[in-house]
Write a protein that binds this ligand. Structure first.
Ligand SMILES: Cc1cc2nc3c(=O)[nH]c(=O)nc-3n(C[C@H](O)[C@H](O)[C@H](O)COP(=O)(O)O)c2cc1C
Length: 177
């Protein structure tokens, strides 16, 4: 299947990229196609709640890179988010993308499933973003293929030392094309 892997760290080659890479390798080995988009490379304005999209058949007042993401979503079966925890939540560029999904009717989303890969300094940092993610998937009617959180990351790229990185690869490999 076509997978959109949305990564949300500003740091190249950090733990988020490492988790995303492990998932991608597994998913591609199984025969899936994976497109990677870095949230920090996208210029996406925050939703201003003007509701104009609801009068304009889903067209937002802003013309920015969200149209690129929407186009990719239209050819995507699965949305995978790889992200660090920022303040017990998602980094702002990722949150801006999530907010802008508001423009699209749920029925018009092709994507059917999702997975979340997160890492953080603390072991207990995930309750809030994971709770938010589950609610979002429930609302968008996305089946959750997996949620993998790795805490205790004390240095850049620290997840490389985690035994749990194999789980991330295995999750990718479990995705049936
Ligand atoms: C702005 C900011 C906020 C953060 N907030 C948290 C937090 O609330 N809880 C936590 O455990 N770690 C927090 N961290 C640490 C990151 O989640 C952690 O360093 C992560 O491994 C970074 O991944 P990366 O190298 O892929 O960007 C924060 C880091 C930054 C820069």
């Amino acid at each position: 299947m076509n997978i959109l892997l949305l990564t949300a760290s500003p740091r190249a080659n950090g733990s988020t990229d490492f988790m995303a890479g492990a998932f991608k390798r597994g998913a591609e080995e199984r025969g899936n196609k994976v497109a990677v988009v870095r949230a920090y490379d996208m210029k996406v304005m925050p939703c201003i709640g003007c509701e104009r999209c609801k009068e304009r058949n889903g067209v937002c007042v802003y013309r920015d890179d969200m149209s690129v993401i929407m186009r990719l979503l239209d050819s995507t079966d699965m949305l995978v988010i790889a992200s660090p925890v920022y303040w017990w939540g998602f980094p702002a560029p990722l949150k801006a993308i999530i907010d802008r999904l508001y423009a699209r009717d749920i029925q018009k989303l092709r994507v059917r499933s999702s997975a979340l890969l997160m890492n953080a300094y603390d072991e207990d940092a995930f309750e809030s973003p994971v709770g938010q993610y589950i609610k979002i998937c429930d609302y968008l009617r996305l089946e959750i293929a997996g949620i993998i959180t790795i805490g205790g990351v004390r240095e850049k790229g620290g997840v490389k030392k985690s035994e749990r990185i194999g789980e991330v690869f295995a999750l990718g490999k479990s995705i049936i094309p």
